[in-house]
Design a protein around this ligand. Structure first.
Ligand code: ZN
Length: 363
């Protein structure tokens, strides 16, 4: 992304002030070549630069639909600042694999940001996306949902960075997205695009709406409405005098990964509550019927989880969050970090032979 005088360029796309340009940006990554659809709205009035991505993962349909709809809906005359929308950030995973991992190299791109220009094809794509779209944004919104085999209760996620001004602005953005549950992670660690952006000082949120490969118009419409609310909050669009809806705040307490390969029989629903040690389900070996029970390492609410029948060792089975009390955040923080189970879900798969204490993500 490049501002040359007042023209915003991404690859070969160039948007002058007061214009909207949509097209395909070709990224030649040497071991991978991809065509990435991008819409650039360059407002003629000053304002923040907002970047919205969807299709970072394959098999997550409603975010792609919502981003494409928003790109059609917005007009440059109504925009202050710039809005860049990329509805399909990871074309191989979206069009071929329809999975979290890319069929090109088996890498989950949302575990390797900011990427590596000399790495695997997916690491190179992460670097391209980070360099050309995300870095240089004031605000970054990454749209996801539960994949084809994942149940999910809608939430907005963000990470604390320790920069109080940035953390406050990000918390306010998270509250403006029209989603009732907001979940924070206590560190900006890991290869998620929103975490890597936060480490770079970008006000960044992850928005998760929808589940199980659904593509219904109502869910996509709900997401577009939420994005419009966020753009009003940011001053990109004219605000309407409506009070923001109340939200509930949570903190991630545990991510649960499969310790065995086999058939997965979950015993929870997205949005369900679980006690520490409570049974989440069983993995059954189809060869000999051996059962591996899976227990919750921490109490809380399950915000997303695997509901496909087949799982491999290391697959993420469930993500748990507990209520967050801003008033007593120091105490909360101490308790959460003191918990042996504490882990931000989705940071990547720890090596299964690593002792549990070394798998903890917070020092
Ligand atoms: Zn995703």
């Amino acid at each position: 992304m490049k501002i040359d005088d007042t023209t915003l360029s991404i690859g070969t796309l160039r948007a002058r002030p007061g214009s909207k340009v949509s097209g395909t940006v070709h990224a030649d990554l040497s071991t991978l070549a991809v065509d990435i659809p991008v819409t650039v709205l360059n407002g003629s009035r000053p304002g923040p630069r907002v970047v919205i991505t969807a299709g970072v993962h394959g098999g997550e349909f409603t975010p792609i639909e919502a981003a494409a709809r928003l790109a059609r809906l917005l007009e440059p005359g109504e925009v202050r600042g710039q809005v860049v929308i990329c509805p399909v950030a990871n074309p191989p995973a979206v069009y071929q694999g329809r999975l979290n991992v890319s069929p090109v190299d088996g890498v989950n791109i949302n575990r390797v940001f900011p990427g590596d220009p000399d790495g695997s094809p997916t690491q190179r794509l992460a670097d391209w996306l980070f360099t050309h779209l995300i870095d240089g944004a004031d605000v970054y919104i990454d749209l996801h949902c539960g994949g084809i085999d994942q149940v999910l209760r809608d939430f907005v996620g963000y990470r604390l960075t320790g920069d109080q001004g940035l953390d406050k602005a990000t918390a306010e953005l998270a509250r403006s997205c029209g989603v009732e549950d907001v979940i924070l992670g206590l560190t900006p660690d890991g290869g998620n695009s929103h975490a890597a952006a936060a480490r770079r000082g970008v006000c960044a949120v992850l928005v998760e709406v929808g589940e199980l490969g659904q593509r219904d118009a109502a869910t996509a419409g709900r997401r577009v409405d939420g994005l419009l609310q966020a753009l009003r909050h940011l001053g990109v669009l004219d605000s309407e005098d409506s009070a923001p809806s109340p939200i509930r705040e949570w903190v991630w307490t545990a991510g649960v990964t499969a310790q065995a390969t086999g058939l997965w029989y979950p015993e929870f629903a997205a949005g369900g509550d679980v006690a520490a040690g409570g049974l989440l389900g069983r993995i059954v070996d189809p060869a000999d019927g051996t059962e591996h029970p899976v227990h919750a390492p921490a109490a809380g609410r399950i915000f997303y989880g695997m509901h496909g029948l087949t799982v491999a060792a290391g697959a993420e089975l469930a993500a748990i969050a507990a209520p967050w009390d801003h008033e007593h955040s120091d105490q909360n923080l101490g308790q959460a970090i003191g918990s042996p189970a504490f882990q931000i879900p989705g940071l990547g798969v720890p090596a299964l032979d690593t002792p549990p204490t070394e798998r903890r993500q917070v020092p």
